[in-house]
Design a protein around this ligand. Structure first.
Ligand code: ZN
Length: 793
């Protein structure tokens, strides 16, 4: 469309069309929307290049862990000892090192507790809610229990105590001698802590009916903080909302649990031979080649275990190995049902264990969907990034809603009613959350971004891939995030509650729409509307591949997407990632022009009609009755040449002049005149602020339609209002901007010309509706509601 228009416009000038205006508003808005990001991005260096790829001197730290831990089911407590081999791969001398003590989030005197705000709800509160408000801690914490780490010892390789200082959720260990570049340092930490009730990321879930608990254990051992070329030591406190910044390493973890428990963990179990029964081992063997999940522990067996017929089952130690992971988590319970299949999701034929553990409360949903959703996720994400490199992927059923991700393992909600029925929302919510949490293996478990600072780099990219994986699961999947029209409500919110996507995860109000929905939508729009699938998919894959097992920053993402696609997207990053303005295009007016053909047969007829229109007076109808009674009508001597002269009659002179005019035109110019093309000048206002492509649907008078797309650069001279000429042979009767809701326009009422009123629907009642009678059963349940940190996924 755009290409065709330019030569036409040149022609229009030579043909002296009626009042044709070129879009050359004299008041260009001074704006920098299309200037490059420039110094907003960090200066490239040998660690991170200007192309967005890791530089030739890129480095990252590494820590290997050897952990022995025991779960005390009676006291809900974990005791552990860990030996850490930290490799200083940086070019810097390190006098001290920092470790993360995430469990200290739950300490009474921590920043998280003291900085929590809230108010008493006068409509009523539960005692747990009130206690949470009072202490500043989530109601998943028992006020009588002390939480947070007891650090029992920090010792060097020789067993000598190392001086250490705890600062909230961080601990500094002072080294006896400076750790030189390239050198490893081996030390150990002994610790224990009381496990909280499940709070969104980890904890236990207690089942009063059978007296058992499921444990979901994460951020459970002191971990190395990253030291990198961007932040130095990354020791920003853990306040609960911002997630984790971690480094890769190899793990060996021995987990001792009651002997009747089933354990699932990050990594490959090294001693199934010791911890499984003969029957379970035989089923696992069968699952190695099965195309469908095989029950390793059946529901009947799990239900028998939860009866605890043997009060002293003893202990078992499950040993795991996980290489090149940034973290390690596990789940343990005697209530777990366990199914597995070793799936060949990739063309390479490499097999990956897809598994699920869940209590009977998760069925029938979990046995039907969970493991299959795991395999589907690896396949879908693998196609847009890289092959899932780990040997195992596990989905565990934690509490009812939300989910949480760790390497090779995730804790997911989605629970049917007690009678086994479930709503459509629960079903799709469960499949969606499994796709999302298993998908996190790609972002940030492998493409290892800093979650504490930039939630969008994992949540946004992951939610985008989740959206596509959901559509590949079921074309009618009711996706929650990713469609442009699903983010417009957030983007039309009051400015005081909006943060840019480029904001710290700990400070953002509405992390869901900010870090999940908006970036996922932005990527979707880039793919479908701005770049096109081919350019986008190549660049996105390039980013994932470049930063696989490395730690990218936002600039690395922005630069790679441009570097690999050849599309200048700085304006897009500015509008969508650095700004909070919404998109709102307003089709202010459409002016219609047609060419002056200079053909007297056509133009004189048009002039005749125009003349008649001008001479129309309001007394015309009344005057007509007395037309024959005028002086000129009654006395013929009063008429002369001008009473008979028809100025609109085509004369020979007119014809001659027209012939001569035609002879001056080229073939294509003559054709244009004959086609009687319509020219429309659309005036579009950028009311929202973010410049976006202008997509226009033309509804023609014959009932057909057509869509024209103009790139966002249409706003580069004037970001407030532009004129755009569109020519068509057919007459347009209805104009619509963004007809398929591709650009997240927050107000669609101003998208049509002529305006189409959108009715607000209301109901008419014969009489006032009666208030619904209260349901005593529901009322009883309502008081037991809990506050916890935002449900996280
Ligand atoms: Zn997530």
């Amino acid at each position: 469309m755009k290409k065709a228009l330019l030569p036409l416009l040149l022609l229009l000038v030579s043909l002296s069309i009626k009042a044709q205006q070129l879009p050359t508003s004299p008041n260009y808005q001074a704006n920098d929307r299309f200037e490059q990001l420039g110094t907003v991005l960090p200066t490239p260096n040998t660690y991170r290049t200007a192309s967005g790829a890791p530089g030739k001197e890129y480095w990252q730290q590494r820590a290997d862990y050897d952990i022995k831990a025991e779960l005390d089911d009676d006291n809900r407590r974990i005791t552990g000892t860990e030996t850490i081999t930290f490799y200083n791969n940086s070019p810097d001398d390190l006098k001290y090192i920092w470790m993360q003590l995430d469990q200290n989030l739950f300490k009474k005197d921590g920043i998280a507790a003291l900085s929590r705000t809230g108010t008493v709800n006068e409509k009523g509160m539960s005692t747990a809610q009130l206690a949470a408000l009072n202490t500043g801690r989530g109601s998943s914490l028992d006020p009588k229990v002390e939480y947070g780490y007891n650090i029992l010892s920090v010792k060097d390789k020789a067993g000598k105590a190392l001086p250490h200082t705890i600062n909230g959720t961080m601990m500094r260990i002072d080294l006896p001698v400076v750790l030189k570049p390239g050198m490893p340092y081996v030390f150990s930490v002994d610790w224990n802590y009381n496990i909280t009730e499940y709070y969104g990321r980890s904890g236990y879930e207690f089942f009063a009916k059978d007296g058992n608990a499921n444990y979901f254990i994460a951020h459970w051992f002191p971990r190395m903080a990253p030291y990198d070329d961007v932040n130095g030591w990354n020791h920003k406190q853990f306040l609960g909302q911002g997630e984790f910044a971690l480094i890769f390493g190899n793990y060996k973890v021995a987990i001792t649990v009651p002997a009747d428990h089933v354990v699932a963990a990050s990594g490959e179990c090294q001693n199934y031979a010791q911890v499984l029964t003969a029957t379970q081992k035989q089923r696992l063997k069968q699952a190695e080649t099965s195309k469908t999940p095989v029950m390793i522990v059946t529901q009947a067996e799990a239900e028998k275990a939860e009866k605890r017929e043997n009060k002293n089952p003893g202990k078992k130690t499950w040993i795991y190995k996980a290489d090149n992971v940034r973290d390690f988590a596990f789940a343990s319970s005697r209530k777990f049902i366990w199914d597995a299949m070793q799936s060949d999701v990739y063309k390479s034929g490499r097999k990956i264990w897809c598994m699920s553990v869940y209590p009977k409360e998760g069925n029938p949903l979990w046995e039907q969907y969970s493991t299959r959703a795991v395999a589907h996720t690896l396949k879908s994400y693998g196609a847009r990034t890289f092959e899932y490199p780990y040997p195992v992927a596990i989905s565990c059923h934690s509490v009812a809603g939300g989910g949480m991700e760790y390497p090779m393992i995730s804790f997911n909600g989605g629970r049917p009613e007690e009678d086994g029925t479930y709503t459509e929302a629960v079903k799709y919510g469960m499949i969606g959350v499994i796709i999302h949490e298993v998908g996190h293996n790609f972002f940030p478990m492998i493409v290892n971004s800093d979650e504490r600072q930039w939630a969008w780099m994992d949540e946004g990219l992951n939610t985008f891939c989740q959206y596509l994986a959901e559509k590949e699961w079921d074309y009618n999947f009711p996706t929650r995030r990713g469609e442009p029209n699903q983010i417009t409500e957030y983007m039309s919110s009051d400015k005081s509650v909006l943060s840019p996507i480029m904001a710290s995860a700990e400070n953002v109000i509405g992390l869901g729409p900010n870090a999940y929905g908006k970036p996922a939508t932005a990527l979707n729009i880039l793919r479908e509307t701005v770049m096109g699938r081919e350019l986008f998919d190549h660049a996105f894959k390039e980013y994932a591949t470049r930063w696989r097992f490395k730690s990218p920053t936002p600039a690395d993402f922005f630069r790679t997407m441009e570097d690999a696609s050849g599309v200048d997207l700085d304006w897009f990053w500015k509008g969508w990632f650095y700004g909070t303005e919404p998109v709102d295009q307003d089709l202010v007016s459409v002016d219609w022009f047609s060419i002056d053909t200079q053909n007297p047969a056509i133009e004189k007829e048009i002039a005749r009609k125009e003349d008649a229109r001008k001479k129309m007076t309001m007394s015309k109808i009344q005057d007509a009755k007395t037309k024959g009674e005028t002086v000129v009508a009654q006395d013929s001597t009063m008429a002369d040449f001008y009473n008979r002269y028809d100025p609109f009659k085509v004369t020979d002179a007119d014809k001659q002049k027209y012939e001569q005019y035609l002879s001056t035109l080229s073939e294509s110019e003559r054709q244009l005149i004959q086609e009687n093309t319509n020219f429309y000048t659309l005036s579009v206002k950028n009311k929202g602020g973010v410049p976006m492509p202008v997509i226009v649907k033309m509804g023609f008078e014959d009932g057909t339609d057509s869509v024209a797309v103009f790139p966002a650069e249409i706003w580069r001279f004037n970001d407030a209002q532009i004129n755009k000429v569109i020519s068509t042979k057919k007459k347009v009767v209805q104009w619509t901007l963004d007809p398929y809701q591709q650009i997240a326009d927050i107000d669609t009422e101003n998208n049509s010309f002529p305006r189409i009123a959108q009715p607000t629907r209301f109901q008419i009642f014969k009489q006032q509706q009666q208030k619904k009678a209260p349901n005593p059963m529901q009322m009883q349940g309502a008081g037991a509601g809990k506050i916890s940190t935002d449900p996280k996924n």
